[in-house]
Design a protein around this ligand. Structure first.
Ligand SMILES: [Zn+2]
Length: 564
């Protein structure tokens, strides 16, 4: 006699269909699991027999063989245990023979309870692709599946509930697809209005968000670089339902979403002591790393100079391609990694170079060595550099006094979630609306140009694996950028003047256009003006030099405006 059920497991982000076969054979009584079961599944037989016993189903003292096919893929996930248990129940006649259109996922505990699994979302999506009519999985995974349609999802808490369902005593609850809560409710970023001062840095942050530019903040300790970085996800456009599924898939595989749908842009801030596998992903079990967990969100590298050089250089490929490929003995896997990079650094090892209040204690050798850490391919991809200085004490004191006055006068303002006074400062939702409008302008412009002029696709251009819908001013291929951007006469003159004055390289020229175009999109104008060019040059690193070396005194460089 043979009983079969279906389940699946995740390899990288790709699901693999697994057929479970259970058979009783003559021979010494044993429960045998075959089919390349990995370490995580070694104890599955004990858990399955204990869970069945908890439901008063005694595994007969016969030779019971469980086979997991295909046999050439190592099975590391305990999520296949429910399918094994159901196959045994089928063999004993507790469950009807026809479960062909159903997939089962769940890890069993000894008392028969069914525990949540990792990767529920990609597994259910796979079941849908394979034409399954129904999926049965743990209730704890329900939230992350709210946006999945075209497949019946039934939720189970205990193995006995599943037996009751199949014996028609009490049907299992169906998951009703519900619209997700508005992303802004889930957003946990600090509000831009709660950041005191820093008007220039906030403007730079808005430009970076609007154009999808990577960002570096240089400033002394305590200047508020971390808070600015944390505020960035709150001004990026909200995730669309398709993007929410995309982001949740990665977090579901990593097990970081605790069964919930990820409705907001993630912010990941790994410490500089992180391992290569931790940052990039991979490892024996092919798990996503921090760069993939930051997919469609923000990767914040604080204390950039402390990160090992080789680690920063390994970011080059994912920054270019928007994904990372891992090749292991077990096979290859590709994880998405389209993130906004935000890096922060002190201007010198002691942190107080050019500080009006405190003297810098660094030696020239230290400064030179520090400058060396800021070169290389990473800086090559950072379009916006902000110099963040500490907010003067008087301004801080003024604002905080104002807060206590406000909180006395208006109790409502304390409940609004924005504890600091807004004054004239804009709140994140207002900035986000401008950023979203600017992004839409870019997407429409580039999608139109790409389909109108190059219908066969963009071949070997950079970011060829990104959909043209994802193109922003930072990522659009330079040919298309040149084709789409309009400069008015003033912009032409201004750019020519600066280019000659600063011996701008071709790459520097393109980067100036990219940032200027974003400023133009934020202003809702149709052509880049001289003012846009001038503002863009405030956020330059050292576009002219070509070697992207950090010069400690670069703060003294001023943008030469063309004399009128
Ligand atoms: Zn110093």
């Amino acid at each position: 006699m043979l009983a079969q059920t279906r389940t699946a497991l995740i390899h990288g982000l790709e699901p693999v269909l697994v057929e479970v076969e259970v058979k009783i054979m003559p021979g010494l009584p044993r429960f045998i699991l075959i089919g390349l079961a990995g370490k995580a599944l070694e104890e599955a037989k004990e858990r399955v027999t204990a869970a069945l016993a908890a439901c008063r189903v005694r595994v007969r003292s016969r030779r019971t063989i469980v086979n997991l096919a295909p046999a050439d893929i190592r099975k590391q996930s305990s999520a296949v245990e429910l399918a094994i248990a159901v196959a045994v129940l089928k063999l004993y006649g507790e469950v009807p023979a026809d479960t062909g259109g159903t997939m089962f996922f769940g890890e069993l505990s000894l008392d028969g309870a069914i525990k949540p699994i990792r990767g529920a979302l990609p597994l259910v999506m796979a079941a849908r692709r394979l034409g399954m009519a129904e999926v049965i999985l743990p209730t704890a995974n329900a939230d992350e599946l709210r946006l999945v349609s075209q497949v019946n999802i039934r939720l189970v808490n205990h193995l006995s509930e599943l037996i009751d369902h199949y014996q028609r005593r009490r049907p299992l609850k169906l998951l009703k697809n519900a619209p997700p809560p508005p992303a802004e409710v889930e957003q946990t970023s600090p509000d831009m209005a709660s950041i005191i001062g820093q008007a220039t840095a906030k403007r730079g942050l808005e430009i970076a968000a609007a154009g999808g530019h990577h960002l570096l903040m240089v400033g002394p300790p305590g200047a508020g670089k971390t808070m600015l970085a944390q505020a960035l996800p709150g001004i990026l456009p909200p995730l669309t339902p398709a993007e929410q599924l995309d982001v949740t898939t990665v977090h579901s595989v990593a097990g970081t979403n605790r069964g919930r749908l990820v409705g907001h842009r993630p912010l990941r801030s790994p410490h500089h002591s992180i391992s290569r596998t931790g940052l990039l992903g991979g490892g024996g079990q092919l798990k996503p790393g921090e760069i993939s967990l930051a997919h469609r969100g923000v990767l914040f590298l604080d204390e950039l100079a402390e990160f090992p050089r080789h680690l920063l250089e390994s970011l080059r490929q994912p920054l270019e391609e928007g994904s990372i490929r891992h090749i292991r003995a077990a096979g290859a896997a590709v994880f998405p990694a389209q993130f906004s990079l935000v890096a922060a650094a002190n201007p010198c090892p002691c942190g107080y170079l050019d500080d009006p209040q405190r003297p810098c204690r660094c030696t020239p050798t230290q400064l030179e060595r520090y400058a060396g850490t800021f070169s290389g391919p990473l800086l090559d991809r950072i379009d916006v550099v902000l110099r963040v200085s500490a907010v003067p004490t008087e301004q801080l004191a003024d604002q905080l006094t104002f807060r206590s006055d406000q909180s006395r006068q208006s109790p409502d303002s304390r409940q609004s979630g924005n504890r600091l006074p807004t004054g004239t400062a804009e709140r994140s939702p207002t900035i986000r609306r401008r950023v979203t409008a600017a992004r839409q302008r870019q997407q429409q412009r580039y999608a139109l140009a790409a389909t109108g002029t190059n219908p066969t696709g963009t071949g070997n251009q950079p970011h060829a694996n990104l959909d043209c819908q994802d193109w922003s001013n930072a990522t659009v291929p330079s040919e298309l950028l040149r084709q789409c951007c309009r400069l008015d006469a003033g912009a032409h003159h201004q750019l020519k003047y600066i280019a000659a004055k600063q011996s701008l390289t071709a790459r520097g020229y393109i980067r100036a256009i990219r940032v200027s175009q974003t400023i133009c999109d934020l202003a809702g104008e149709s052509a880049i003006s001289g003012d846009h060019i001038l503002e863009a040059f405030q956020y330059r690193w050292d576009w002219g030099s070509g070697n992207q070396q950090y010069h400690p005194n670069s703060q003294d460089q001023r943008v030469p405006a063309k004399p009128v």
